[in-house]
Design a protein around this ligand. Structure first.
Ligand code: GUN
Length: 283
């Protein structure tokens, strides 16, 4: 079998053009959606991600503000900056870029963001609402993955989803979202014994471990849908996923590429959440 490629870049483009229309309508009603990103320090990967988020926001018409803070900022000062944006009606979404420096408590920072502006979907209130299937800001990468699976007309209900990786940002919530869609979900992680025995059973296999070429054709069930969340830069500068794409595509029925798969959808869902938040301001 040769897999269909699930083109995240194309789907993201379609969604962005729809969002742009929605933003135009919001502006006619006097509401310009605003996104504030808070960055502490100069992590090069974070700077690069933020550039992508800024470009997408501006392209869609969302006003974008980067609050770039010194690495040495105290936790207390950072919490004050977050509070300033919580109170500022021009910003519908607040995102504090992770990772944070070691002297800052990530949990305290996430809990400081107003749940009503938490466009990352990381606040425990939004995590809880997601768990119980209520309306919530959904975390961007998992929500983007669900959109990609649906856009490829792949049935989720009743499927066995195997998730490799259990991070709070991707692995755990993507399993939860697919459970909400009536999948049967297995989580695998670094302590899982006999990983292959699990992955080989996945009708939908989601890999989010951050290790280049970790999953090969021998881990994949014939005809499975493979979603590769990994973004790894090799020493030669090449960007690769967690899956050996060339061999996996011979066995899967559908697969996401890296780059051009999950990445563009993550950014699009962030803008989607910001626009969703702004709609609450319409009188
Ligand atoms: N760092 C890497 N991914 C993310 C993300 O989705 N949100 C935030 N805030 N920081 C990140």
């Amino acid at each position: 079998m040769v897999a269909t490629i699930i083109d995240g870049k194309e789907l993201a483009k379609e969604m962005r053009s729809e969002l742009k229309k929605e933003v135009e309508q919001l502006k006619e009603k006097g509401v310009t959606p605003g996104l504030a990103i808070i960055l502490v320090g100069n992590n090069p990967a974070s700077l690069s991600y933020i550039k992508g988020k800024q470009k997408a926001s501006e392209e869609i018409g969302v006003s974008f503000k980067l609050e770039h803070l010194e690495e040495s900022i105290s936790q207390e000062e950072l919490l004050e900056v977050i509070e300033k944006y919580n109170q500022d009606d021009r910003y519908d979404g607040i995102l504090v870029q992770l990772p944070l420096p070691d002297h800052i408590d990530e949990t305290a920072v996430i809990e400081k963001i107003s749940p009503e502006k938490d466009v990352d979907g990381f606040h425990p209130i939004n995590v809880g609402r997601m768990m119980t299937g209520q309306d919530a800001f959904l975390p961007c990468t998992p929500a983007g993955i669900v959109e990609m699976i649906k856009s490829a007309n792949i049935e989720i209900a009743g499927k066995h989803v195997v998730v490799v990786g259990r991070s709070n940002i991707v692995g755990k919530p993507v399993g939860q979202l697919l459970l909400n869609e009536n999948a049967t979900v297995t989580y695998c992680h670094s302590k899982t014994k006999n990983l292959r025995e699990h992955t080989i059973q996945g009708d939908i296999l989601i890999v989010a471990v951050g290790r280049p070429h970790f999953i090969g054709a021998d881990h994949i069930k014939e005809g499975a849908v493979v979603i590769d969340v990994g973004v790894n830069r090799l020493e030669n500068g090449k960007l690769v996923g967690d899956v050996k794409f060339d061999e996996a595509k011979e066995k899967a029925s559908a697969i996401t590429p890296v780059p051009g798969g999950v990445g563009p959808m993550t950014i699009t869902m962030l803008v989607y959440n910001t626009v969703k938040s702004a709609k609450k301001r319409v009188r």
